[in-house]
Write a protein that binds this ligand. Sequence first.
Ligand code: MG
Length: 367
Amino acid sequence: MRIIKISAFRVELPLHEGSYKWSGGNSVTVFDSTVVKVETDAGITGYGEVCPLGSSYLAAYAAGARAGLAELAPQLIGANPTELGALNRKMDHAMRGHPYVKSAIDMACWDILGKVTGQPVVTLLGGRHGEDFPLYRAISQDTPANMAGNVAGYRAEGYTKFQLKVGGDPDTDIERIHAVAAKLNRGDVLIADANTGWRQHEAVRIAHAVRDVDVYIEQPCMSYEECLAVRRHTDRPFVLDEVIDDLHMVLRGVADQAMDVINLKISKVGGLTKARQIRDLCVSLGIAMTIEDTWGGDIITAAIAHLAHSTPPELLFTATDFNSYVTVSIAEGAPQRKNGRLAASSRPGLGIEPRPEVLGPAVLTAS
Ligand code: MG
């Protein structure tokens, strides 16, 4: 089987809540997502998606995804999409770095492999654990009172894990954590995600100020070294996200005992193939994971579901249903949140069928 054509489509994904705000005054109102379509000489087509969290979150941006695809896609014509290892090696040889550019192609080729074998991707990734898995709800940065006020509504949707967007003024962040913690029920999980927004001294101070709160601290500072210093000053459970962008960083973090949990984002590490490698290593090492992506719509949510559902539940900390945050559905068949939980599709491949009327005309084509 050979790839004969790769196309990309640009879709806008507005948010039900109008905007999403996180550390450093960053916000997004409409997500700019890119859907990739990979066609083969066997008549089987696969789909992937990549959606950076704006331009200031990681070293990734939406137009960059498409510029990278325009560069990379022509070099993949003729490649076998079902040989994921060989395909990833070819992509890494053709383009150094830029993992997010490769992610949607890799995802689309998993979709093809599933369709060729008649199996859902969750089966190919190791098999389903249980009926479904738990999600978290990100609480967009706002005043402490407003963030605390959002908990009840999200709990009514079934969520019991809440990730606060902090990483702002330290005193306000301490208030945010305390205000939301006061709204929690037994069994709820609270994560304070600073998204690199604190200086080291601020993070040490904040971690100390919330030492009596049952809260996880996520990615307090920009660099790995700063995060490690904070980790060594606090006994709160610790999540690393932005700095864990490849297998080497996982190994380094494990050697330093730098974290209890990692946040594994599919596009941050270059696709499902590499995310699975990191996932399997973390399972063996006992490192729990939040499994998600930077953002996305129905296709990314489907891919998250396949990877998360094939992860042993004791090491799946939580995952994200991005398609419930956005107002536009780009594909039929995507998993839908039920009582704060999600399940991977049983249909072959990713189990989704894009809506052509939403995707519109291709913005780039290689054949
Ligand atoms: Mg995070």
